[in-house]
Design a protein around this ligand. Structure first.
Ligand code: HEM
Length: 384
C-alpha cells in the first residue's frame, strides 16, 4: 500500500501526538523509508531519521556543533560540556573524567542494591503502586546526590528542580546554580570524599583549565542529565517486559541476561530520542544543502530501529551485533552511561527477583512524557 506524501505539518502533528509518544516505532519506519531528511519550517530545523546519517552527525563535530543558542538572560548552565566543541570540550571532559571515575561508580553498587530494596519494600506495602513515582524516579536522584555529596532529605524538591532544569526553566537553573556555588564554597573549606570535593580539588590544582562557571555547570549537568533519563530507562523496561512475556520468563530464570536486556531496552525505547546540533560548515545531505546556523534534530530513537543495522529491529535479542546510539556517539558519548546501566540492571534484577509477577495494571491509562525528545512514562500503575 502506498501512503500519501507527508507534509512538515503532518510530521510535527504526529511527533506531538500521544499515540506516537507511547509507541514511535511505526512512524519512524515510515520516515526512514520515505523521508529520511525533512525541513520543518515551524521549528526551523532539519530532522534526520536514518542510522548512517545520525551516526555521521554525532561524530562529525567539525561540521555539526554542539553550541546551541541560549536565551540572552541565561548565564548559568551555558558552559556545560555537552554544549561545547573541541578543543574546550576535550579539556573539560578530561578533567571531569578524572573525578567521575568508573571506580567511583562501581563502588556504588551495594548502595544502589540497598536503595532498590528499601524503595521497593516501601512501595510493596500497598497492593498497587506507581512504579515511576515510587521506584524509578527516586533511585537515580538519590544515587547521584549521594555520589556528589548533596544531602538527600529534600530529594523530591531536587527531582522537581532537576526536571525543570532539563526543560531550560530559567528560575530552576538559577536556583540550582546558586545551590552549587554555596556547596562548592563549603567543600573548598571542608573537603570530604564526595565527587564535588574531588572536582574542587582538581579545579584548584588546574584552575587555568576550568573556570568557576564551568565547575558549577558540570555539577548541574551531572545532577540533571541522569535523573529523568535513567528513571525513564527503568520505566521503559517495564513496557518491554509487558510486550515480551517470553523474555520476562527468560530473565527470571537467567538474571545474568538482564545486562543484555537493558541494552535492548535502550535500543528499542531510548529515553533520549532526539538531540540537536547546529551546522558549522555548509554541507550536503540527501541532495539538500544544510547551511551554516541551521538546526539539525537527530533521532537516535529511529536510528536504533534501522533495519540496515539491526536484524529484526522490533525484536529483543540478547548479544546483538551492532551498536545502538541511545547514549550518543563520538566525543560527547554519555559520561554517565556506566552509572545508568548499573542502576537499571540493579533495579530490574531486584524487582524480578523479588516480585516476578509485578506488572502494569490492566486498566492503566499510560501517559507519555509530553515531548518527542524523550521517551517514557509520567506514571506507571503496577500490581502483583
Ligand atoms: C539512561 C540514562 C541516560 C541516557 C539515555 C543518556 C543519554 C545521553 C546522550 C544521548 C548524550 C549525548 C549528548 C550529545 O551528544 O549531545 C549524553 C551525554 C551526557 N550524559 Fe547522559 N544519559 C543518561 C544518563 C546519564 C547519567 C546517569 C549521567 C551522569 C550522572 C549522564 C551525564 C551525561 C553527561 C555529563 C553528558 C555530556 C557528555 C559530553 O558532552 O561529553 N548521563 N547522555
Amino acid at each position: 500500500m502506498t501512503h500519501p506524501t507527508l507534509t512538515a505539518d503532518d510530521v510535527l502533528d504526529t511527533l506531538n501526538d500521544s499515540e506516537f509518544l507511547l509507541d514511535p516505532q511505526a512512524f519512524y519506519a515510515r520516515m526512514r523509508h520515505e523521508m529520511p531528511l525533512i525541513y520543518i519550517p515551524e521549528t526551523q530545523s532539519w530532522m534526520v531519521f536514518r542510522y548512517d546519517d545520525v551516526q555521521r552527525i554525532l561524530t562529525d563535530f567539525n561540521t555539526f556543533s554542539s553550541k546551541v543558542k541560549f536565551p540572552a538572560e541565561q548565564k548559568d548552565f551555558t558552559q556545560s560540556m555537552n554544549f561545547m566543541d573541541p578543543p574546550r570540550h576535550k579539556s573539560v571532559r578530561a578533567l571531569a573524567q578524572q573525578s567521575f571515575t568508573l571506580k567511583r561508580v562501581e563502588a556504588m553498587a551495594p548502595r544502589i542494591e540497598a536503595l532498590a530494596k528499601e524503595l521497593l519494600s516501601k512501595a510493596l506495602e500497598q497492593p498497587n503502586f506507581d512504579f515511576i513515582l515510587e521506584y524509578a524516579n527516586p533511585l537515580p536522584v538519590i544515587v547521584i546526590a549521594e555520589i556528589m555529596g548533596v544531602p538527600t532529605e529534600g530529594h523530591a524538591h531536587f527531582t522537581d528542580l532537576s526536571n525543570r532544569v532539563v526543560t531550560m526553566d530559567q528560575s530552576a537553573i538559577a536556583e540550582m546554580a546558586a545551590y552549587f556555588r554555596t556547596l562548592i564554597e563549603h567543600r573548598q573549606q571542608n573537603p570530604s570524599d564526595d565527587l564535588v570535593s574531588a572536582l574542587v580539588q582538581a579545579y584548584e590544582q588546574d584552575n587555568d583549565r576550568l573556570s568557576e562557571q564551568e565547575l558549577v555547570d558540570f555539577c548541574i549537568v551531572l545532577l540533571v542529565a541522569g535523573n529523568e533519563t535513567t528513571a525513564k530507562l527503568i520505566g521503559n523496561s517495564m513496557l518491554c517486559l509487558r510486550d515480551f512475556p517470553a523474555i520476562r520468563a527468560e530473565l527470571i530464570a537467567h538474571p545474568e541476561k538482564i545486562d543484555d536486556f537493558i541494552e535492548e531496552v535502550l535500543r528499542l525505547r531510548a529515553p533520549v530520542q532526539n538531540i540537536v546540533r547546529i551546522v558549522k560548515v555548509e554541507t550536503e545531505l540527501h541532495g539538500q544543502t544544510l547551511r551554516v546556523g541551521d538546526t539539525v534534530e537527530i533521532f537516535m530513537g529511529s536510528a536504533n530501529l534501522d533495519e540496515t543495522q539491526f536484524e529484526d529491529p522490533q525484536q529483543i535479542k540478547f548479544g546483538r551485533k551492532g551498536r545502538h546510539l541511545a547514549f550518543g556517539n563520538g566525543i560527547h558519548f554519555c559520561l554517565g552511561a556506566p552509572l545508568a546501566r548499573l542502576e537499571a540492571v540493579i533495579a530490574i534484577r531486584h524487582m524480578l527477583g523479588r516480585v516476578p509477577n509485578l506488572r502494569i495494571q490492566d486498566d492503566a491509562d499510560l501517559m507519555p512524557v509530553p515531548s518527542y525528545a524523550f521517551h517514557g512514562l509520567v506514571s506507571l500503575p503496577v500490581t502483583y
